[in-house]
Design a protein around this ligand. Structure first.
Ligand code: GLU
Length: 550
């Protein structure tokens, strides 16, 4: 067969050659060892934790090595295309702090290897398609849907493997006359790869995360170009990763099964294959067994979930590092205030089998991250969240910025900052009582105490409260008041002989706390009272005293 002739027949308008493209998209000029990696998501409208795991891994590997990270949009699957999905994708990745050096952006493409959207690269793929045909490594296939279905049914009947290969590959060795005739009749065709692999053979390769992997060779003549001339992901990504000079492909291990085909393609195209980092799946405990996070069952798989709950991006980022690198937590303990970029991220510390997602752990990390923020930072992030997800709360938070800042400042700073909330959506519960509209009596005092006594103490305190008092004077006043009603002010003494007392000063503070905040636990009462102001404190104390004996 004259393959050259066939390639001209199939791609008459392709005049560029692979050599031209090598010149057009030259090798990068980077220092030795610099990693060029990419995120290559398909815009399906669903951006998930897996994307972030993959993005963060590629980002760390490339930036830590002085290399490049780029974003390529793999939008060749028109059937799955969702309007606005590319924008959502770019927006979400940006929100989570994945910084691309080049690639697709909101306003087009940025970088010399453009275009970075596969749907705009058809003419590039056709150059390689033509080359493969001219070398006898690809051929047109005119099978109709129906013929393929029949093939599948026949394979089922014969208990043969499924797919277009060997004797089933009807168009693999058809004479040129037949091809010319079909083309002349305008029959649609796809371009197929002429596989020389056999399932009898195994190939070994080293994955940077999985280690040495053995896979079976591919013997299927997979489709390279669909009938509309648009490539399949497999073909497109091999061309793109070569031309964009990718050195490391980081992706989910669901791609391992097609890797033999990908390696074949790189070889057939004359490209050096990149290094691979196949990441194991994200799993969660379901009862006593582990299972993969699923789009259908687990809302926490979607990145929108974390935004809506109000997890700070920094916390999600830090949590993912915890999950991905087994030594991150130790590093964090040793470097509590260091920026995450200072951590030496390594694919060697990734679990080849995948990572366990633990919601409780994420909350812990988030509490920790929030506790280290300044009040100003909390204000910025919390109001940004509330503006989108709780407008009424947003209005309250922003009505008096200074006051809100003082609320956020409670328990912040120092060696042991308080860790009261993990997400912005918990803030209302935590601090709602500062606003009359949200204030309500949620908790009850302990049954041990006589309500009439509580009412008396609370009412008396209302007459004593002086916002000018220093914190120790303020507390002495509470102690003295308690003593009057036989509540011990010395905790040690109280613990030694509790039967001698009605309770302790902690209980007295608890009554005041309940009256002022409606709850048995709250931020520091001295600060709470001073922010609420004398009038409000007295009003709440008195109304509680009245309420409790009703
Ligand atoms: N478009 C593929 C996906 O979204 C990318 C796989 C890869 O990174 O090579 O899964």
């Amino acid at each position: 067969m004259d393959y050259k002739y066939l390639s001209e027949l199939l791609f008459p308008s392709v005049t560029k050659t692979a050599e031209d493209l090598e010149v057009e998209f030259p090798a990068r000029n980077l220092k030795e060892g610099a990693i060029v990696s990419r995120m290559a998501p398909s815009p399906t409208g669903f951006v998930h934790l897996g994307n972030l795991v993959q993005g963060l891994t590629s980002e760390r590997l490339s930036h830590q090595s002085g290399g490049v990270l780029f974003l390529r949009v793999e939008d060749t699957d028109r059937k799955r295309e969702v309007k606005g999905a590319v924008e959502t994708l770019i927006e979400t990745l940006k929100h989570y702090g994945i910084q691309f050096d080049e690639g697709a952006t909101m306003d087009g493409d940025n970088g010399i290897y453009a275009p970075y959207r596969q749907s705009q690269r058809a003419s590039i793929y056709h150059v390689y398609a033509k080359k493969l045909v001219s070398e006898g490594q690809a051929y047109p296939c005119f099978c109709t849907e129906q013929e393929l279905e029949e093939m599948h049914a026949a394979q089922e009947k014969e208990c043969a493997n499924f797919g277009y290969f060997g004797k089933w590959a009807k168009w693999r060795d058809r004479p040129i006359e037949e091809i010319e005739q079909m083309l002349g009749e305008g029959k649609p065709w796809v371009l197929r790869f002429r596989s020389t692999g056999s399932i009898e053979n195994k190939i070994k390769f080293t994955d940077l995360i999985k280690g040495e992997v053995e896979v079976t060779e591919n013997d299927i003549d997979h489709v390279l170009l669909k009938s509309d001339g648009i490539p399949t992901y497999h073909f497109a990504h091999a061309v793109d990763d070569h031309l964009m000079r990718t050195t490391h492909v980081v992706r989910g291990d669901e791609w391992l099964s097609t890797l033999p085909f990908h390696l074949q393609l790189f070889r057939a195209l004359g490209f050096k294959p990149p290094k691979y980092c196949h990441i194991g799946p994200l799993m969660k405990m379901d009862g006593t067994s582990k299972r993969k996070l699923s789009k259908r069952k687990d809302p926490e798989l979607a990145l929108t979930y974390y935004k809506a709950e109000g997890f700070p991006v920094e916390a999600v980022y830090e949590y993912i590092l915890t999950v991905l690198n087994s030594n991150f937590e130790d590093w964090r303990r040793a470097n509590p205030n260091a920026h995450t970029d200072e951590f030496k991220f390594s694919y060697k510390k990734m679990n080849p089998a995948g990572s366990l997602f633990d919601a409780a752990k994420l909350r812990d990390v988030s509490k920790n991250v929030i506790s280290k923020m300044t009040a100003e930072k909390v204000y910025e992030l919390a109001t940004e969240w509330a503006k989108e997800f709780d407008v009424d709360f947003y209005e309250k938070l922003t009505a008096d910025m200074q006051r809100t800042l003082s609320i956020f400042a409670i328990g912040r700073g120092g060696n042991k900052p308080r860790k009261d909330y993990a997400v912005w959506s918990e803030l209302k519960e935590y601090m709602g009582f500062f606003f009359d509209d949200y204030f309500k009596l949620c908790d009850q005092p302990d049954e041990r105490f006589d309500r009439a006594v509580i009412a008396k103490i609370v009412r008396e305190y209302a007459d004593m409260y002086n916002p000018e008092d220093e914190q120790n004077v303020w507390f002495d006043t509470i102690k003295a008041l308690g003593e009057k009603y036989n509540f011990a002010s010395n905790m040690k003494e109280y613990k030694a002989n509790p039967e001698n007392y009605a309770g302790s000063v902690a209980d007295v503070s608890g009554f005041l706390r309940l009256a002022v905040t409606g709850k048995n636990s709250s931020p520091d009462m001295y600060a709470v009272m001073s922010i609420l102001g004398k009038e409000k404190v007295v009003e709440r104390l008195n109304s509680y005293a009245a309420e409790i004996v009703k």
